[in-house]
Design a protein around this ligand. Sequence first.
Ligand code: NAD
Length: 310
Amino acid sequence: MKVLVSGGAGFIGSHICERLVNEGHEVVCVDNLDGYYSPEVKRRNIGSFDGDFTFIEGDIRDGVFLKGLVDGESPEYVIHEAAQAGVRASVADPLKTCEVNIQGTINVLEAVKESNVRKLVFASSSSVYGRIEYLPFDEEHPKNPISQYGASKLACEHYLRLYERFYGIKHTSLRYFTVYGPRIRPDLAIHKFARTALTGGRLELYGDGSKSRDFTYVSDAVDATLKALKKGGEVYNVGGGARVTVKELAEKIIELAGGGTISYIKDQMGDVMHTESNTEKARRELCWNPVKDFEEGLRETVEWVRSVNL
Ligand SMILES: NC(=O)c1ccc[n+]([C@@H]2O[C@H](COP(=O)([O-])OP(=O)(O)OC[C@H]3O[C@@H](n4cnc5c(N)ncnc54)[C@H](O)[C@@H]3O)[C@@H](O)[C@H]2O)c1
C-alpha cells in the first residue's frame, strides 16, 4: 500500500515510516523540519531507511501545496502526525499551535476530500481530557482541555468527524498517552531527565513531583496506528498502561543513568495532574495490545539518550 505520513521526520512519525518501509510499503513523508527542535535530528531520524521511501520537505499550513501533493502522489492512506506538539509550546505561542494543528489539519482534510484516500488516521492526544472527573480515562470521559494544545487536538477530532459526515472521509483519531522510546522529543521529561542525569546534573521537577503519566512505548503506539489503517471507528485511547509519578520517573532515570539529583520548581500552566488510559476499546476493536514493559522501555530510552548525547 502507499501511505502519506505527515510529520514523518519527527519522533513518532519516523518510527511509523520505518515500520511501513520495513514491511515493504511505499511511504511518502511530508515534513517541514520545523525548528521547534533541531532539523538535523529530524533528518537523522529518517536518514537510513532502506526501501520505498520519499521525503518531501513542505508545510501543512500551505493548503495549495498539500492538495498538489495528495493529487500527485495519490496515496491510499494518510497518517497525520504533523503538529506543533507540546503543552508548554502551545501556552507560549497559541497562534502557532492553532495554525499548524487546526488549520494544518483542515488543509489535510481539504486535500483528501476529493481523492482516492481510503482512510485518514490522526494523532490526537490524552490532553483532550484535561480536567479529571475519574480515572482511568475512557473515551467517553468529559473533554475539558486545560491547554491550547489539548484544545487544538479536540478541535481537530471534531473537524475529522465533520468531514467524515459531509464527505465520507473515513478516519480514526488516536489519543496517544505520553509516548517515549528512542528518538524521543528533546522537550519531553524522559529525554530532559536522562540528559541531565547522565551528566550528573539536577533534574527539575514541576510542583512536588506527584503528577503522574501513563507512558506508551513508541513501538506500541506505532502498532496501534498501523492497525487503525484497516480497522476501527472514530476514536481510541492508546496508552501503555504504566502510570508512574514524575518523582518515581526521575528516581528510576537517576538509577539507570548512574547520576543526578532531584530539585523542585514552580508548577507550569497547562499540565494536567494525572493521565491514565482505559484501553478496552482499542483492545477490542483494533485488536491492539501494548506489550512493552515500562522498566525495559525506559532502560532502552536512557541508553539511546546516552548514545546520542555523550
Ligand atoms: N510524543 C507524545 O508523547 C505525543 C502524545 C500525544 C500526541 N502526540 C502527537 O503525535 C504527533 C507526533 O508527535 P511527536 O512527539 O512525534 O512530535 P514531533 O515534534 O517529533 O513530530 C512532529 C513533526 O511534525 C513536523 N511539523 C511541525 N509543523 C509542521 C508543519 N507546519 N508542516 C509539516 N510538518 C510539520 C515537525 O517538523 C515534526 O517532525 C503529534 O501530532 C503530537 O501532537 C504526541
